[in-house]
Design a protein around this ligand. Structure first.
Ligand SMILES: [Zn+2]
Ligand SMILES: [Zn+2]
Length: 273
């Protein structure tokens, strides 16, 4: 019996003879069900259709693992490497032997986690392949569509590996999180933010969303909550959920400035021109 994968969001569902009737992730107001209806696929079918893992070194200590051609939401995973083990973050729905081998070559996995439920993808496949624990914020754990005994919940912040801390920010989801990686960007510090802090196409600002595809904003208190959660950390660069855009420098200041502008618009106080 196959593990069923939602073709729209890439999330996995338990092994069963037939796929579920609905994808709970896609029928939520933050995602979308295709007008042609929910469609299901499997790892084997995606591989047969020509999907392959794409592995790129993004900077020393950080590997990206995506899917070519892209599948579903199109996010790529990030592997943060440390002397005491590695964290894999924000998983695509597709995975293959090439992806597993890249992570084996990089020293394996201590843990898998994700910024939010849209990016849980093949998280359980990865956990099984490396006997790695699945770290999910307690507030979002019920969104995991393929439950597994390897799940450990956390909240607030979780120092996981040397210089690697999971930080719960809320906003997009109650458990939306980022990784703070102190050694990234040559020691200036990096955030891996998924959709928690959304890097925009010009790579010079960020935004905060309830839903990106459905263009839903967040209230002021949620935006302020995200900014307050990351403010204590030193960081200069932000990797979002995809290969690009990347906010390459000055990220701490850009987050504060972008949030202030966002709140001005929410309040109707932005000086428009
Ligand atoms: Zn779905
Ligand atoms: Zn999302």
């Amino acid at each position: 019996m196959p593990v069923w994968i939602c073709a729209a969001c890439g999330n996995h569902y338990p092994e069963a003879a037939s796929p579920p009737a609905v994808c709970v992730i896609c029928s939520d107001e933050r995602q979308w069900v295709p007008p042609t209806g929910q469609r299901w696929t499997t790892i084997a079918e995606l591989g047969a259709a020509g999907h392959r893992a794409e592995v790129r070194e993004l900077e020393p200590g950080l590997l990206g693992i995506g899917t070519e051609p892209p599948f579903a939401i199109g996010q790529r995973a990030l592997l943060v490497r440390t002397a005491e083990g590695n964290l894999l973050w924000d998983l695509p729905g597709f995975v293959d032997e090439r992806a597993f081998q890249a992570v084996r070559d990089a020293g394996g996995l201590r843990a898998v986690s994700a910024s939010h439920p849209h990016f849980y993808g093949a998280i359980v496949e990865w956990s099984h392949a490396f006997d790695a624990e699945i770290l999910l914020p307690g507030a979002d754990a019920a969104w995991l569509t393929r439950p597994d005994p390897a799940v450990r919940t956390w909240s607030g912040s979780l120092p996981l590996l040397p210089g690697v801390t999971l930080v719960q920010c809320g906003g997009h989801f109650a458990g939306s999180a980022v990784v703070h990686w102190a050694d990234g960007a040559g020691g200036a510090g990096v955030l891996l933010s998924g959709d928690t802090i959304f890097v925009t196409p010009g790579e010079d600002r960020v935004t905060f969303v309830r839903s990106a595809p459905n263009r839903l904003p967040l209230p002021e208190r949620a935006v302020r909550g995200v900014v307050e959660a990351v403010r204590p950390y030193r960081f200069d660069r932000i990797y979002g959920g995809w290969w690009g855009p990347v906010l390459r420098s000055d990220a701490h200041r850009v987050v504060e400035r972008s949030a202030e502008r966002y709140v001005q618009w929410l309040r109707g106080e932005a000086p428009a021109d």
